[in-house]
Design a protein around this ligand. Structure first.
Ligand SMILES: [Zn+2]
Length: 684
């Protein structure tokens, strides 16, 4: 055995023992930031130690062996501190930062009448500033194109549908395929190999892992999800350091995890009312540059949260709002005094955004007018009550052609007939953000790549990836126009185990597929359902040839030789292989839209994705999961594609990397821009 290895393992054991609280000490003693956390020089974060104390608790804190002090917590009394959960004692140091690069040790002790627990975290601080001589081009604008749930197969499927293949060669490449830098990114969260979208995005925007369901915070036992210990976002850091603005664009409800994980600090991604309130309350729209996110553009669905509870299709409730933030949080993060209406169900947030100087757009027509207005430098766009509709349903309405089997247009049924496409939203965001000084961070999310993969709707998923790729093209053209802009195409995780298994292989094509007898009952391994035999693999798959119309989308997804998709992370489902006429009712909608007998249910929209093909002769596919008819995220790595104008910052993203690395690479590109030739193996 290698003697160094045994010394290392002995040291590891000692570290482990040091980290373990003594048996009689407060139970569940835990310290955040967790061991191994990484920060930029001067990036702010909260330190918290907590435990289930019996009686009064006390605490002590050391940073690199020097005594420090917590800024809040009920020291030596049993009085509640108003921050910790019932039964928990906690001590916080808010908004602290470390100035010196390298490794640091934070040690904290929590004690009660039964004893004391001491916990340490080793923390690395990374210097994003190039202190070497020489003129280097900084990345002024950072653009993250986030294809939610988009794995490699999603990209391949979109390319085959959009461009086709001749004699083995693709007839064209997606916009994202044409980016010069390609790498792989791991996707873990703080508490699982499989992340959800909240920590999936937050690892790119904070450089830190969060637990599933949480964004911009560390896990803690606190009385309200908005009291959790914070870590500073890239947008907040750059806004504070150099006056950068923030834009968030999504096809989801804007309360959803991916947009919120750039600007909102909460331990509950479902706190819709509080999430949208915090967008405004911490936007620092006064432009003082001292605090907040610098939010200037917010676009997507989710109007329901911005309307007072008395308004039609409002979802605002005090239950998902947030109370006044604790004093230590306000002081530590230099947050503005809370507005009187914060978190209230009666708050009229659209009016408040307008009062803060935002132009408001509710439709595609509004959006064009607002972006064209030369004075518009702040923009709120809310194009649906909950999630926006998907690309194929928006396009169907624009074409005036009902999908086969549909009797109404989905966008009409969602009460949002005039919704923009994601590329139009992205273009408006660039137009508005480029009017500001100091550069910007812009996140553009193709949200339904994930949501339609969950719902095992292969055709709508591919349509979403096509829509997303058009937005990527917009980003690249704006990057060239503006200069000094780095664009990343990323995913937060893969969704559904999406796999391209073959193509429809029936003489007689789609009509023959429709004419096959029902085999919904065929379950025995020895019985081959007719629709299983319809899958042509290898040579029989050949090269599916879709007809693309002038709008950039296929005339129909049901071609005679259509590409067929399997789901490797699925629950049970019935599969007809045919395009579904209407979308499944998804979760982020006002209750009166999605409830049984609600607006959409009454029009025949399905609620359980796995069952919707049961009456269309779908064959039964046994899934691996008890997933209530949905597919789930997977742990596979995701691709990153990078492009930069004005520098070669994209080179940083080539190769395999941890998801949190992306944050440090972006910050370094923005603040240092050191020459790629200087890049060492451990550089960011
Ligand atoms: Zn998802």
């Amino acid at each position: 055995m290698n003697p160094h290895a045994s010394i290392r393992s002995a040291l590891g054991l000692l570290a482990l023992l040091a980290a373990m609280p003594a048996a009689a000490a407060p139970a569940g003693a835990a310290l955040v930031p967790p061991d191994g956390a990484r920060f930029l020089v001067d990036q702010r974060f909260d330190i918290r130690i907590e435990g289930q104390a019996s009686g009064a608790a006390t605490s002590r804190l050391w940073v690199d062996g020097r005594q420090a002090a917590f800024s809040s917590g009920a020291q030596g009394t049993t009085t509640t501190d108003g921050i910790s959960s019932a039964g928990w004692a906690g001590f916080n140091l808010r908004g602290t930062a470390l100035a010196h690069p390298g490794w640091h040790t934070v040690t904290a002790e929590i004690a009660d009448s039964t004893g004391a627990a001491t916990v340490s975290s080793r923390i690395q601080v990374i210097d994003p500033f190039n202190r070497r001589k020489g003129a280097h081009r900084l990345t002024k604008n950072i653009v993250i194109m986030l294809g939610d749930g988009m794995g490699i197969a999603h990209r391949t499927a979109a390319r085959i549908v959009r461009y086709g293949v001749t004699a083995g060669d693709p007839n064209g490449q997606l916009e994202m395929d044409r980016f010069p830098g390609t790498g792989l990114v791991s996707t873990h969260s703080l508490n699982s190999i499989i992340t959800d979208s909240a920590p999936g995005m937050a690892c790119y925007s904070t450089g830190n892992h969060a637990s599933n369901g949480q964004e911009g915070v560390y896990p803690a036992h606190v009385a309200n999800p908005f009291f959790a210990p914070r870590v500073e976002y890239l947008a907040e850091y750059l806004h504070r350091v150099k006056g950068t603005s923030l834009g968030l664009v999504t096809t989801a409800d804007v309360e959803d995890a991916t947009p919120a994980a750039n600007a909102v600090h909460t331990a509950n991604r479902n706190s819709g009312t509080g999430i949208v309130d915090q967008y405004l309350d911490e936007s620092d729209s006064s432009g003082s540059g001292r605090c907040g996110t610098g939010l200037r553009v917010l676009m997507g669905g989710g109007r329901r949260w911005f309307l007072p509870a008395t308004g039609l299709h409002s979802s605002r409730t005090a239950a998902t709002g947030y109370p006044a933030l604790p004093r230590d949080l306000l002081d530590g993060w230099n947050l503005p005094a809370a507005p009187a209406a914060q978190g209230a169900a009666t708050r009229d947030l659209i009016s408040e955004f307008k009062g803060a100087g935002f132009a408001y757009a509710a439709t595609r027509a509004d959006l064009k007018a607002a972006a064209d207005g030369k004075a518009t430098d702040r923009l709120l766009g809310l194009f649906g009550y909950g999630n926006m509709n998907v690309a194929l349903d928006k396009i169907a309405r624009r074409r005036g052609t009902l999908p086969p089997g549909a009797s109404t247009f989905a966008v009409d049924d969602y009460l949002a007939p005039d919704q923009p496409m994601l590329d139009e939203m992205a273009d408006a965001a660039f137009t508005v953000l480029s009017r500001g000084r100091g550069g910007f961070v812009l996140m553009v999310e193709g949200a339904h790549i994930d949501k339609q993969s969950h719902l095992m709707d292969a055709d709508r998923t591919i349509g979403e990836t096509l829509e997303f790729d058009r937005a990527v093209g917009v980003a690249r053209r704006w990057a060239d126009r503006l200069g000094d802009t780095t664009v990343l195409v990323l995913a937060d995780h893969e969704c559904s185990g999406f796999s391209l298994i073959g193509a429809l292989s029936l003489s007689g094509g789609v009509q023959a597929l429709k004419d096959l007898p029902s085999d919904a009952g065929a379950l025995s391994p020895g019985v081959v359902p007719a629709r299983q035999n319809a899958v042509g693999t290898y040579d029989l798959a050949g090269f599916p040839d879709y007809h693309i119309l002038a709008d950039g989308y296929p005339a129909t997804m049901d071609i005679d030789h259509k590409m067929l998709v399997g789901f490797g992370a699925s629950s049970d489902r019935y599969e007809s292989w045919l395009a579904k006429p209407t979308p499944v009712i998804d979760s982020l909608l006002p209750v009166e839209f999605k409830d049984a007998g609600g607006l959409l249910g009454a029009k025949g929209y399905a609620t359980i994705p796995g069952l919707r093909d049961i009456d269309k002769n779908g064959f039964f596919v046994r899934g691996q999961l008890n997933g209530e008819g949905q597919a789930v995220h997977t742990a596979t790595d995701v691709p990153v594609s990078a492009y930069s104008s004005g520098s070669r910052a994209w080179i940083r993203f080539v190769g395999a990397q941890k998801n949190t690395d992306v944050f440090f690479k972006l910050a370094t590109a923005a603040l240092s821009g050191d020459l790629p030739d200087d890049l060492g193996r451990d550089d960011y």
